[in-house]
Design a protein around this ligand. Structure first.
Ligand SMILES: NC(=O)C1=CN([C@@H]2O[C@H](COP(=O)(O)OP(=O)(O)OC[C@H]3O[C@@H](n4cnc5c(N)ncnc54)[C@H](O)[C@@H]3O)[C@@H](O)[C@H]2O)C=CC1
Ligand SMILES: O=C(O)CCC(=O)C(=O)O
Length: 478
Protein backbone atom coordinates (compact mmCIF):
# COMPACT_ATOMS: atom_id res chain seq x y z
CA UNK A 1 0.00 0.00 0.00
CA UNK A 2 1.37 3.43 -0.93
CA UNK A 3 2.32 5.64 2.02
CA UNK A 4 0.00 8.60 2.26
CA UNK A 5 0.23 12.17 3.41
CA UNK A 6 -1.44 11.13 6.67
CA UNK A 7 0.82 8.16 7.34
CA UNK A 8 2.94 9.94 9.93
CA UNK A 9 -0.20 11.00 11.78
CA UNK A 10 -1.46 7.41 11.92
CA UNK A 11 1.32 6.04 14.16
CA UNK A 12 -0.75 6.81 17.23
CA UNK A 13 -4.10 7.79 15.82
CA UNK A 14 -7.18 5.77 14.87
CA UNK A 15 -8.53 8.77 12.93
CA UNK A 16 -5.13 8.92 11.21
CA UNK A 17 -5.53 5.25 10.22
CA UNK A 18 -8.94 5.98 8.70
CA UNK A 19 -7.45 8.96 6.82
CA UNK A 20 -4.61 6.75 5.63
CA UNK A 21 -7.06 4.24 4.15
CA UNK A 22 -9.02 7.19 2.67
CA UNK A 23 -5.95 8.76 1.04
CA UNK A 24 -4.87 5.46 -0.43
CA UNK A 25 -8.29 5.05 -2.08
CA UNK A 26 -8.56 8.71 -3.13
CA UNK A 27 -5.84 8.17 -5.77
CA UNK A 28 -8.37 6.02 -7.65
CA UNK A 29 -10.86 8.90 -7.81
CA UNK A 30 -10.60 12.15 -9.75
CA UNK A 31 -11.82 14.70 -7.21
CA UNK A 32 -9.92 17.91 -6.48
CA UNK A 33 -7.90 17.96 -3.24
CA UNK A 34 -10.16 20.64 -1.70
CA UNK A 35 -13.20 18.43 -2.07
CA UNK A 36 -11.33 15.40 -0.74
CA UNK A 37 -10.26 17.49 2.24
CA UNK A 38 -13.88 18.47 2.91
CA UNK A 39 -14.96 14.82 2.77
CA UNK A 40 -12.07 13.57 4.94
CA UNK A 41 -12.32 16.17 7.74
CA UNK A 42 -14.61 16.04 10.77
CA UNK A 43 -17.09 18.92 10.42
CA UNK A 44 -18.05 19.36 14.09
CA UNK A 45 -16.37 18.04 17.21
CA UNK A 46 -18.28 18.74 20.43
CA UNK A 47 -16.36 17.90 23.58
CA UNK A 48 -18.08 18.49 26.88
CA UNK A 49 -17.94 17.67 30.58
CA UNK A 50 -20.76 17.42 33.07
CA UNK A 51 -21.11 16.43 36.73
CA UNK A 52 -23.17 13.60 38.20
CA UNK A 53 -23.90 12.86 41.84
CA UNK A 54 -21.94 9.88 43.13
CA UNK A 55 -21.74 8.63 46.72
CA UNK A 56 -21.50 11.70 48.95
CA UNK A 57 -19.92 13.87 46.29
CA UNK A 58 -19.95 14.25 42.55
CA UNK A 59 -17.94 13.11 39.58
CA UNK A 60 -17.16 14.89 36.32
CA UNK A 61 -17.81 12.89 33.14
CA UNK A 62 -15.98 13.47 29.84
CA UNK A 63 -18.08 13.09 26.71
CA UNK A 64 -18.10 13.76 22.96
CA UNK A 65 -20.35 13.89 19.94
CA UNK A 66 -18.66 14.22 16.56
CA UNK A 67 -20.54 14.96 13.35
CA UNK A 68 -18.13 14.01 10.61
CA UNK A 69 -20.08 14.92 7.49
CA UNK A 70 -23.21 16.92 6.71
CA UNK A 71 -23.43 15.98 3.05
CA UNK A 72 -26.71 14.36 4.12
CA UNK A 73 -28.93 15.07 7.11
CA UNK A 74 -29.44 13.88 9.73
CA UNK A 75 -26.07 12.56 10.80
CA UNK A 76 -26.09 9.09 12.33
CA UNK A 77 -23.97 6.88 14.57
CA UNK A 78 -23.81 5.09 17.90
CA UNK A 79 -22.67 6.19 21.34
CA UNK A 80 -19.75 4.33 22.88
CA UNK A 81 -19.63 3.88 26.66
CA UNK A 82 -16.02 3.02 27.49
CA UNK A 83 -13.34 4.22 29.88
CA UNK A 84 -10.90 4.09 26.95
CA UNK A 85 -12.91 6.44 24.73
CA UNK A 86 -11.15 9.61 23.54
CA UNK A 87 -11.60 12.35 20.96
CA UNK A 88 -9.44 10.72 18.30
CA UNK A 89 -11.42 7.48 18.60
CA UNK A 90 -14.80 9.21 18.33
CA UNK A 91 -13.59 11.17 15.28
CA UNK A 92 -12.44 7.95 13.60
CA UNK A 93 -15.70 6.17 14.36
CA UNK A 94 -17.71 9.17 13.08
CA UNK A 95 -15.73 9.18 9.84
CA UNK A 96 -16.31 5.45 9.38
CA UNK A 97 -20.05 6.11 9.78
CA UNK A 98 -19.99 8.51 6.81
CA UNK A 99 -18.33 5.96 4.54
CA UNK A 100 -20.48 3.11 5.90
CA UNK A 101 -23.77 4.91 5.24
CA UNK A 102 -22.61 5.78 1.71
CA UNK A 103 -21.70 2.18 0.90
CA UNK A 104 -25.09 0.80 1.87
CA UNK A 105 -27.00 3.78 0.44
CA UNK A 106 -28.41 4.90 3.77
CA UNK A 107 -29.08 8.65 3.41
CA UNK A 108 -27.24 9.93 6.49
CA UNK A 109 -24.03 11.78 7.26
CA UNK A 110 -21.67 10.13 9.74
CA UNK A 111 -21.51 10.84 13.47
CA UNK A 112 -20.47 9.12 16.70
CA UNK A 113 -20.64 9.77 20.42
CA UNK A 114 -18.53 8.76 23.38
CA UNK A 115 -18.97 8.75 27.15
CA UNK A 116 -15.77 8.05 29.05
CA UNK A 117 -16.94 5.59 31.71
CA UNK A 118 -16.73 1.87 32.38
CA UNK A 119 -20.48 1.13 32.57
CA UNK A 120 -19.83 -1.94 34.74
CA UNK A 121 -18.64 0.36 37.56
CA UNK A 122 -21.89 2.37 37.77
CA UNK A 123 -25.31 1.55 39.16
CA UNK A 124 -28.28 1.52 36.79
CA UNK A 125 -29.52 4.76 38.39
CA UNK A 126 -26.13 6.41 37.80
CA UNK A 127 -26.05 5.20 34.19
CA UNK A 128 -29.52 6.65 33.69
CA UNK A 129 -28.40 10.03 35.13
CA UNK A 130 -25.31 10.04 32.90
CA UNK A 131 -27.29 9.15 29.79
CA UNK A 132 -30.05 11.68 30.42
CA UNK A 133 -27.56 14.46 31.20
CA UNK A 134 -25.53 13.55 28.09
CA UNK A 135 -28.76 13.88 26.07
CA UNK A 136 -29.56 17.27 27.59
CA UNK A 137 -26.06 18.51 26.71
CA UNK A 138 -26.66 17.40 23.10
CA UNK A 139 -30.04 19.15 23.03
CA UNK A 140 -28.50 22.38 24.36
CA UNK A 141 -26.07 22.50 21.41
CA UNK A 142 -28.45 21.19 18.73
CA UNK A 143 -26.49 17.93 18.41
CA UNK A 144 -29.53 15.65 18.50
CA UNK A 145 -32.90 15.50 16.76
CA UNK A 146 -34.72 13.40 14.15
CA UNK A 147 -33.57 15.75 11.39
CA UNK A 148 -30.25 16.75 12.98
CA UNK A 149 -28.23 13.91 14.49
CA UNK A 150 -29.62 10.51 15.48
CA UNK A 151 -27.61 8.37 17.94
CA UNK A 152 -27.81 4.57 18.31
CA UNK A 153 -26.13 1.81 20.33
CA UNK A 154 -22.42 1.06 20.10
CA UNK A 155 -19.88 -0.69 22.32
CA UNK A 156 -21.13 -0.59 25.93
CA UNK A 157 -24.65 0.67 25.17
CA UNK A 158 -27.92 -0.91 24.05
CA UNK A 159 -31.70 -0.66 24.06
CA UNK A 160 -31.91 0.52 27.67
CA UNK A 161 -29.72 3.59 27.07
CA UNK A 162 -31.56 4.39 23.83
CA UNK A 163 -34.88 4.39 25.77
CA UNK A 164 -33.49 6.94 28.25
CA UNK A 165 -32.30 9.13 25.38
CA UNK A 166 -35.67 8.94 23.60
CA UNK A 167 -37.58 9.74 26.79
CA UNK A 168 -35.32 12.67 27.68
CA UNK A 169 -35.52 14.13 24.19
CA UNK A 170 -39.29 13.73 24.05
CA UNK A 171 -39.72 15.30 27.48
CA UNK A 172 -37.61 18.30 26.46
CA UNK A 173 -39.48 18.69 23.14
CA UNK A 174 -43.16 18.34 24.07
CA UNK A 175 -45.47 18.02 21.09
CA UNK A 176 -42.71 17.37 18.57
CA UNK A 177 -44.45 14.81 16.41
CA UNK A 178 -41.30 13.07 15.17
CA UNK A 179 -39.44 13.19 18.50
CA UNK A 180 -39.04 9.39 18.73
CA UNK A 181 -36.94 9.47 15.55
CA UNK A 182 -34.22 11.23 17.60
CA UNK A 183 -32.52 7.90 18.39
CA UNK A 184 -32.61 4.33 17.03
CA UNK A 185 -31.92 0.95 18.60
CA UNK A 186 -34.86 1.49 20.96
CA UNK A 187 -36.75 -1.49 22.35
CA UNK A 188 -39.72 -2.66 20.29
CA UNK A 189 -42.13 -1.52 23.01
CA UNK A 190 -40.77 2.04 22.74
CA UNK A 191 -41.16 2.46 18.98
CA UNK A 192 -38.08 0.44 18.05
CA UNK A 193 -38.14 -1.97 15.15
CA UNK A 194 -38.14 -5.77 15.01
CA UNK A 195 -34.68 -7.07 14.15
CA UNK A 196 -32.49 -4.04 15.07
CA UNK A 197 -30.84 -5.78 18.04
CA UNK A 198 -29.71 -8.67 15.84
CA UNK A 199 -29.10 -6.56 12.73
CA UNK A 200 -25.37 -5.89 12.94
CA UNK A 201 -24.46 -9.52 13.63
CA UNK A 202 -26.94 -10.77 11.06
CA UNK A 203 -25.44 -8.38 8.51
CA UNK A 204 -21.92 -9.55 9.37
CA UNK A 205 -22.96 -13.18 8.84
CA UNK A 206 -24.60 -12.31 5.49
CA UNK A 207 -21.48 -10.41 4.38
CA UNK A 208 -19.34 -13.47 5.10
CA UNK A 209 -21.81 -15.82 3.41
CA UNK A 210 -21.76 -13.60 0.33
CA UNK A 211 -17.98 -13.42 0.27
CA UNK A 212 -17.51 -17.20 0.49
CA UNK A 213 -20.20 -17.81 -2.13
CA UNK A 214 -17.93 -16.47 -4.90
CA UNK A 215 -16.25 -19.68 -6.10
CA UNK A 216 -13.57 -17.83 -8.11
CA UNK A 217 -12.38 -15.90 -5.01
CA UNK A 218 -12.48 -18.98 -2.78
CA UNK A 219 -10.43 -20.96 -5.29
CA UNK A 220 -7.64 -18.38 -4.99
CA UNK A 221 -7.63 -18.98 -1.22
CA UNK A 222 -7.65 -22.76 -1.66
CA UNK A 223 -11.12 -22.98 -0.12
CA UNK A 224 -14.40 -24.50 -1.27
CA UNK A 225 -17.24 -22.08 -1.96
CA UNK A 226 -19.97 -21.90 0.69
CA UNK A 227 -20.10 -21.58 4.46
CA UNK A 228 -20.73 -25.22 5.23
CA UNK A 229 -17.92 -26.54 7.41
CA UNK A 230 -15.92 -23.28 7.38
CA UNK A 231 -14.03 -22.89 10.67
CA UNK A 232 -14.60 -19.51 12.32
CA UNK A 233 -13.06 -17.72 15.31
CA UNK A 234 -15.01 -14.79 16.76
CA UNK A 235 -13.56 -12.18 19.12
CA UNK A 236 -16.16 -10.58 21.40
CA UNK A 237 -19.45 -12.13 22.47
CA UNK A 238 -21.34 -8.86 22.97
CA UNK A 239 -24.20 -7.69 20.79
CA UNK A 240 -22.37 -7.97 17.47
CA UNK A 241 -20.32 -11.09 18.24
CA UNK A 242 -23.23 -13.01 19.75
CA UNK A 243 -25.54 -12.55 16.77
CA UNK A 244 -22.71 -13.09 14.29
CA UNK A 245 -22.08 -16.50 15.87
CA UNK A 246 -25.81 -17.28 15.94
CA UNK A 247 -26.38 -16.58 12.24
CA UNK A 248 -23.07 -18.02 11.01
CA UNK A 249 -23.99 -21.24 12.79
CA UNK A 250 -27.45 -21.17 11.18
CA UNK A 251 -25.79 -20.69 7.78
CA UNK A 252 -23.66 -23.81 8.32
CA UNK A 253 -20.30 -22.53 9.65
CA UNK A 254 -18.49 -24.13 12.61
CA UNK A 255 -17.47 -21.80 15.44
CA UNK A 256 -14.12 -23.24 16.54
CA UNK A 257 -12.94 -20.33 18.68
CA UNK A 258 -14.38 -17.61 20.90
CA UNK A 259 -12.27 -14.86 22.47
CA UNK A 260 -13.58 -12.67 25.23
CA UNK A 261 -12.08 -10.12 27.60
CA UNK A 262 -10.99 -12.74 30.16
CA UNK A 263 -9.53 -15.32 27.75
CA UNK A 264 -10.23 -17.53 24.76
CA UNK A 265 -11.48 -21.07 24.09
CA UNK A 266 -10.93 -23.37 21.11
CA UNK A 267 -12.49 -26.62 19.91
CA UNK A 268 -11.91 -28.12 16.46
CA UNK A 269 -15.38 -29.71 16.75
CA UNK A 270 -17.12 -26.38 17.19
CA UNK A 271 -19.09 -24.69 19.97
CA UNK A 272 -22.78 -24.35 20.67
CA UNK A 273 -23.39 -20.62 21.25
CA UNK A 274 -25.99 -20.99 23.98
CA UNK A 275 -23.93 -23.53 25.93
CA UNK A 276 -20.94 -21.15 25.97
CA UNK A 277 -23.14 -18.14 26.69
CA UNK A 278 -24.85 -19.87 29.63
CA UNK A 279 -21.51 -21.10 30.98
CA UNK A 280 -20.19 -17.50 30.92
CA UNK A 281 -23.38 -16.20 32.53
CA UNK A 282 -23.16 -18.73 35.34
CA UNK A 283 -19.41 -18.61 36.02
CA UNK A 284 -18.57 -15.08 34.84
CA UNK A 285 -16.01 -16.36 32.31
CA UNK A 286 -15.76 -18.34 29.10
CA UNK A 287 -12.73 -20.11 30.60
CA UNK A 288 -13.40 -23.49 32.20
CA UNK A 289 -15.94 -24.48 29.54
CA UNK A 290 -15.84 -28.28 29.62
CA UNK A 291 -16.15 -28.82 25.85
CA UNK A 292 -13.15 -26.61 24.98
CA UNK A 293 -10.09 -28.52 23.71
CA UNK A 294 -7.79 -25.60 24.50
CA UNK A 295 -8.11 -22.42 26.49
CA UNK A 296 -5.94 -19.30 26.67
CA UNK A 297 -5.72 -16.89 29.57
CA UNK A 298 -4.22 -14.38 27.14
CA UNK A 299 -7.27 -13.74 24.97
CA UNK A 300 -5.34 -12.52 21.93
CA UNK A 301 -3.73 -15.97 21.56
CA UNK A 302 -7.19 -17.16 20.58
CA UNK A 303 -6.99 -15.03 17.42
CA UNK A 304 -3.91 -16.94 16.27
CA UNK A 305 -5.47 -20.43 16.21
CA UNK A 306 -6.28 -22.52 13.11
CA UNK A 307 -9.39 -21.33 11.26
CA UNK A 308 -10.62 -20.21 7.84
CA UNK A 309 -12.40 -17.04 8.94
CA UNK A 310 -11.55 -14.64 11.76
CA UNK A 311 -14.20 -12.21 12.97
CA UNK A 312 -12.93 -9.48 15.30
CA UNK A 313 -16.16 -8.18 16.90
CA UNK A 314 -14.84 -6.25 19.91
CA UNK A 315 -12.67 -3.16 19.43
CA UNK A 316 -10.18 -1.43 17.15
CA UNK A 317 -6.46 -2.24 16.81
CA UNK A 318 -6.72 -5.99 17.37
CA UNK A 319 -4.75 -7.10 14.30
CA UNK A 320 -1.52 -5.15 14.29
CA UNK A 321 2.07 -5.45 13.10
CA UNK A 322 2.75 -7.36 16.37
CA UNK A 323 0.43 -10.32 15.78
CA UNK A 324 -0.37 -10.30 12.05
CA UNK A 325 2.33 -12.84 11.21
CA UNK A 326 0.63 -15.36 13.52
CA UNK A 327 -2.88 -14.99 12.09
CA UNK A 328 -3.90 -18.20 10.27
CA UNK A 329 -7.28 -17.09 8.86
CA UNK A 330 -7.59 -16.52 5.13
CA UNK A 331 -10.66 -14.32 5.49
CA UNK A 332 -10.94 -11.51 8.04
CA UNK A 333 -14.46 -10.15 8.53
CA UNK A 334 -14.25 -6.84 10.36
CA UNK A 335 -17.38 -6.88 12.51
CA UNK A 336 -15.82 -4.32 14.87
CA UNK A 337 -14.92 -0.84 13.69
CA UNK A 338 -11.22 -0.49 12.91
CA UNK A 339 -9.92 -3.88 14.15
CA UNK A 340 -7.04 -3.98 11.62
CA UNK A 341 -4.30 -1.35 11.49
CA UNK A 342 -3.07 -0.20 8.05
CA UNK A 343 0.24 -2.11 8.47
CA UNK A 344 -1.54 -5.33 9.42
CA UNK A 345 -4.02 -4.87 6.58
CA UNK A 346 -1.19 -4.48 4.06
CA UNK A 347 0.51 -7.63 5.36
CA UNK A 348 -2.70 -9.66 5.13
CA UNK A 349 -3.45 -8.45 1.61
CA UNK A 350 0.09 -9.20 0.44
CA UNK A 351 -0.42 -12.72 1.81
CA UNK A 352 -3.55 -13.03 -0.37
CA UNK A 353 -6.14 -12.87 2.41
CA UNK A 354 -9.57 -11.34 1.88
CA UNK A 355 -10.49 -8.55 4.29
CA UNK A 356 -14.20 -7.76 4.45
CA UNK A 357 -13.94 -4.12 5.55
CA UNK A 358 -15.67 -2.81 8.68
CA UNK A 359 -17.42 0.01 6.84
CA UNK A 360 -19.34 -2.60 4.84
CA UNK A 361 -19.20 -5.68 7.08
CA UNK A 362 -20.95 -4.15 10.11
CA UNK A 363 -23.29 -1.85 8.18
CA UNK A 364 -26.34 -4.01 8.95
CA UNK A 365 -26.86 -2.09 12.19
CA UNK A 366 -27.20 1.32 10.60
CA UNK A 367 -29.23 -0.14 7.74
CA UNK A 368 -31.90 -1.36 10.15
CA UNK A 369 -31.56 1.86 12.16
CA UNK A 370 -32.56 3.62 8.95
CA UNK A 371 -35.66 1.41 8.76
CA UNK A 372 -36.46 2.24 12.40
CA UNK A 373 -36.09 5.97 11.71
CA UNK A 374 -38.42 5.66 8.70
CA UNK A 375 -40.93 3.80 10.89
CA UNK A 376 -40.75 6.57 13.51
CA UNK A 377 -41.28 9.30 10.93
CA UNK A 378 -44.18 7.49 9.27
CA UNK A 379 -45.72 6.55 12.65
CA UNK A 380 -46.75 3.13 11.39
CA UNK A 381 -45.16 -0.31 11.65
CA UNK A 382 -43.94 -1.91 8.42
CA UNK A 383 -46.54 -4.33 7.07
CA UNK A 384 -49.44 -2.91 9.07
CA UNK A 385 -51.30 -1.52 6.06
CA UNK A 386 -50.73 -4.32 3.56
CA UNK A 387 -50.26 -7.61 5.46
CA UNK A 388 -53.93 -8.63 5.46
CA UNK A 389 -54.47 -7.28 1.95
CA UNK A 390 -51.57 -9.39 0.70
CA UNK A 391 -52.91 -12.47 2.51
CA UNK A 392 -56.39 -12.06 1.00
CA UNK A 393 -54.93 -11.62 -2.49
CA UNK A 394 -52.73 -14.73 -2.03
CA UNK A 395 -55.71 -16.68 -0.71
CA UNK A 396 -57.79 -15.79 -3.78
CA UNK A 397 -54.92 -16.84 -6.02
CA UNK A 398 -54.43 -20.20 -4.27
CA UNK A 399 -58.18 -20.91 -4.35
CA UNK A 400 -58.34 -20.10 -8.06
CA UNK A 401 -55.32 -22.30 -8.87
CA UNK A 402 -56.68 -25.18 -6.78
CA UNK A 403 -60.04 -24.95 -8.52
CA UNK A 404 -58.60 -24.79 -12.03
CA UNK A 405 -55.95 -27.53 -11.52
CA UNK A 406 -57.86 -29.83 -9.18
CA UNK A 407 -54.74 -30.00 -6.97
CA UNK A 408 -55.29 -29.35 -3.26
CA UNK A 409 -52.45 -27.98 -1.16
CA UNK A 410 -51.95 -29.19 2.43
CA UNK A 411 -52.35 -26.77 5.36
CA UNK A 412 -48.60 -26.09 5.66
CA UNK A 413 -48.21 -25.32 1.96
CA UNK A 414 -51.29 -23.09 2.01
CA UNK A 415 -50.19 -21.02 4.98
CA UNK A 416 -46.66 -20.69 3.58
CA UNK A 417 -47.96 -19.23 0.32
CA UNK A 418 -50.76 -17.14 1.79
CA UNK A 419 -48.93 -15.54 4.72
CA UNK A 420 -48.30 -11.79 4.42
CA UNK A 421 -44.92 -10.41 5.52
CA UNK A 422 -44.40 -9.39 9.15
CA UNK A 423 -42.30 -6.38 10.13
CA UNK A 424 -39.38 -8.68 11.03
CA UNK A 425 -39.54 -10.43 7.68
CA UNK A 426 -39.58 -7.12 5.82
CA UNK A 427 -36.67 -5.77 7.89
CA UNK A 428 -34.62 -8.93 7.33
CA UNK A 429 -35.40 -8.88 3.63
CA UNK A 430 -34.28 -5.23 3.34
CA UNK A 431 -31.14 -6.00 5.34
CA UNK A 432 -30.23 -9.06 3.28
CA UNK A 433 -30.79 -7.27 -0.01
CA UNK A 434 -28.66 -4.31 1.15
CA UNK A 435 -25.77 -6.51 2.29
CA UNK A 436 -25.74 -8.68 -0.84
CA UNK A 437 -26.06 -5.79 -3.27
CA UNK A 438 -23.38 -3.72 -1.52
CA UNK A 439 -20.91 -6.63 -1.44
CA UNK A 440 -21.08 -7.03 -5.19
CA UNK A 441 -20.91 -3.27 -5.76
CA UNK A 442 -17.61 -3.16 -3.86
CA UNK A 443 -16.26 -6.36 -5.40
CA UNK A 444 -16.98 -5.11 -8.91
CA UNK A 445 -15.09 -1.86 -8.26
CA UNK A 446 -12.12 -3.98 -7.16
CA UNK A 447 -12.37 -6.31 -10.15
CA UNK A 448 -12.55 -3.40 -12.61
CA UNK A 449 -9.17 -1.97 -11.59
CA UNK A 450 -6.24 -4.31 -10.95
CA UNK A 451 -4.45 -1.54 -9.01
CA UNK A 452 -7.17 -1.57 -6.35
CA UNK A 453 -5.63 -3.94 -3.84
CA UNK A 454 -8.50 -4.72 -1.48
CA UNK A 455 -12.22 -4.62 -0.82
CA UNK A 456 -11.52 -1.82 1.68
CA UNK A 457 -9.94 0.38 -0.97
CA UNK A 458 -12.84 -0.41 -3.31
CA UNK A 459 -15.33 0.42 -0.54
CA UNK A 460 -13.62 3.76 0.09
CA UNK A 461 -13.63 4.54 -3.65
CA UNK A 462 -17.36 3.84 -3.74
CA UNK A 463 -18.15 6.03 -0.73
CA UNK A 464 -15.81 8.88 -1.66
CA UNK A 465 -17.52 9.07 -5.05
CA UNK A 466 -21.01 9.04 -3.53
CA UNK A 467 -20.21 11.67 -0.89
CA UNK A 468 -18.43 13.80 -3.51
CA UNK A 469 -21.52 13.80 -5.73
CA UNK A 470 -23.64 15.00 -2.80
CA UNK A 471 -21.24 17.84 -1.98
CA UNK A 472 -20.93 18.86 -5.64
CA UNK A 473 -24.70 18.86 -6.09
CA UNK A 474 -25.22 20.91 -2.93
CA UNK A 475 -22.70 23.55 -3.94
CA UNK A 476 -21.20 25.97 -1.44
CA UNK A 477 -23.36 28.52 0.33
CA UNK A 478 -23.04 31.47 0.80
N1 LIG B 1 -23.88 -2.44 18.35
C1 LIG B 1 -23.94 -2.18 17.04
O1 LIG B 1 -25.05 -2.14 16.45
C2 LIG B 1 -22.71 -1.95 16.25
C3 LIG B 1 -21.45 -2.16 16.77
N2 LIG B 1 -20.35 -2.05 15.96
C4 LIG B 1 -19.01 -2.29 16.47
O2 LIG B 1 -18.89 -3.64 16.90
C5 LIG B 1 -17.95 -3.72 17.99
C6 LIG B 1 -18.60 -4.41 19.16
O3 LIG B 1 -19.75 -3.67 19.55
P1 LIG B 1 -20.92 -4.31 20.43
O4 LIG B 1 -21.01 -5.76 20.19
O5 LIG B 1 -22.11 -3.45 20.24
O6 LIG B 1 -20.37 -4.05 21.89
P2 LIG B 1 -20.75 -4.83 23.23
O7 LIG B 1 -20.41 -3.89 24.31
O8 LIG B 1 -22.13 -5.36 23.15
O9 LIG B 1 -19.77 -6.09 23.22
C7 LIG B 1 -18.40 -6.03 23.10
C8 LIG B 1 -17.82 -7.32 23.64
O10 LIG B 1 -16.42 -7.35 23.36
C9 LIG B 1 -15.75 -7.86 24.52
N3 LIG B 1 -14.37 -7.41 24.51
C10 LIG B 1 -13.86 -6.20 24.84
N4 LIG B 1 -12.54 -6.19 24.70
C11 LIG B 1 -12.18 -7.41 24.27
C12 LIG B 1 -10.94 -8.03 23.94
N5 LIG B 1 -9.80 -7.35 24.02
N6 LIG B 1 -10.94 -9.32 23.55
C13 LIG B 1 -12.09 -10.01 23.45
N7 LIG B 1 -13.30 -9.47 23.74
C14 LIG B 1 -13.34 -8.20 24.14
C15 LIG B 1 -16.57 -7.30 25.68
O11 LIG B 1 -16.32 -8.03 26.87
C16 LIG B 1 -17.98 -7.46 25.15
O12 LIG B 1 -18.53 -8.72 25.44
C17 LIG B 1 -17.49 -2.28 18.23
O13 LIG B 1 -16.33 -2.03 17.48
C18 LIG B 1 -18.64 -1.45 17.67
O14 LIG B 1 -18.23 -0.15 17.29
C19 LIG B 1 -20.47 -1.75 14.64
C20 LIG B 1 -21.68 -1.54 14.07
C21 LIG B 1 -22.90 -1.51 14.85
O1 LIG C 1 -27.28 2.15 14.05
C1 LIG C 1 -26.65 3.18 13.91
O2 LIG C 1 -27.16 4.25 13.66
C2 LIG C 1 -25.15 3.21 14.04
C3 LIG C 1 -24.48 1.97 14.54
C4 LIG C 1 -23.02 2.25 14.72
O3 LIG C 1 -22.65 2.96 15.62
C5 LIG C 1 -22.05 1.72 13.79
O4 LIG C 1 -22.43 1.23 12.71
O5 LIG C 1 -20.84 1.77 14.08
Amino acid sequence: MAKSIDAAHSETSFFGDVCQFFDHAAQFTSHPEGLLDQIRSCNSVYRFRFPIRRGNGFEVIDAWRVEHSHHKSPTKGGIRYSEMVNEDEVMALAALMTYKCAIVNVPFGGAKGGIKINPKEYTVAELENITRRYTVELIKKNFIGPGIDVPAPDYGSGEREMSWIADTYQTMNPGQLDALGCVTGKPLALHGIAGRKEATGRGVAISIRECVSVAEDMQKLGLEAGLSGKRVIVQGMGNVGYYTIKYLTEFGATIVGICEFEGAIYSSEGFDLDEVFNHRKTTGSILGFSKAHKEFKNSSEGLEQECDILVPAALENQLTEHNVANIKAKIIAEAANGPTTPDAASALIERGCILIPDMYCNAGGVTVSYFEWLKNLSHVAFGRMDKRYEENANLNLVNTIEKSTGVTLDATQRSMIIKGASELELVNSGLEDTMIRSYHEIREIKMENSRIDSLRTAAFVSSINKVAVSYMNMGIWP
